[in-house]
Write a protein that binds this ligand. Sequence first.
Ligand code: ADP
Ligand code: ZN
Length: 288
Amino acid sequence: MKLGAIEAGGTKFVCAIGDEKGEVFEKTVIPTETPEITMPKVYEFFDNTGIEKVGIGSFGPIDLNEGTGTYGTIQKTPKTDWIAFPLADEVSKHTGVPVVVDTDVNVAALSESRWGNATDVNSCLYITVGTGIGAGAIVNGETLKGLSHPEMGHIAVRRHEKDTFAGTCPYHGDCLEGMAAGPAIEQRWGKPGKDLADDELVWEIESYYLAQAIVNYIYILSPDRVIMGGGVMQQYHLFDLIRSHVVDMLNGYVSSPLLTPDRIDNYIVPPGLTNEAGIKGSLILAAK
Ligand code: ADP
Ligand code: ZN
């Protein structure tokens, strides 16, 4: 089956034609400007391609509730040109085929569970730490959503004793994203994370917040594996700091051999797929 896939991101739309096996036949990258500029290029890419369905992994917030009449419509977002844009309906109208949408992080989790670092487990969590923080969850092959989609980046965190930074989240100030996303690191220390690689306190504070979040996600969702990606996680030394904080914070409360110093390396892991995760996951969505 020929399928369309769109990875709709804050800086670029990646569009592809592929199949349910995750094979990508053709791909293009379109910058994210306004819907009026970006979307006609998206429609043109899919013109006369013979695709039967389209899957979209989108930035959010986006309505994923099929009962609202606004399924696949972008909601409140800092990218104000896109607020209320009916992404799924417009793509469906212009391609003439059904469209399935989910969040970018849910789609990445879907990809990882099919082809990446969570193929051997029934559930997983995919966390991205980049310009924002978001997470997607898979349980038995399905992405977790309900009333809306999870907004795991905006949970409250306990402040690190050496941190006086106010936080960057326009809604909550010092929520997880406000304290630990890439822009928070940059504002707190006056330079971007990649230029702070050797500063121990930077990563001690960063790992303290990310570990708290993971501990909360473990308590609430009990995922079989936690995958961490995004620009900030390019600091690979963060993985060991996070793992060690998670073990300490859990303090032995959850009985699993994976949540011990010996085995946690196999529990909190980097992604198995690199830049194709969004497109491949969107193909899975389209094949549903
Ligand atoms: P996006 O979230 O926009 O899709 P990224 O996942 O690349 O994009 O995240 C961008 C953020 O990650 C920026 O705030 C940037 O400073 C930070 N970042 C990118 N590369 C690194 C790195 N090597 N080390 C630390 N932080 C990084
Ligand atoms: Zn927030």
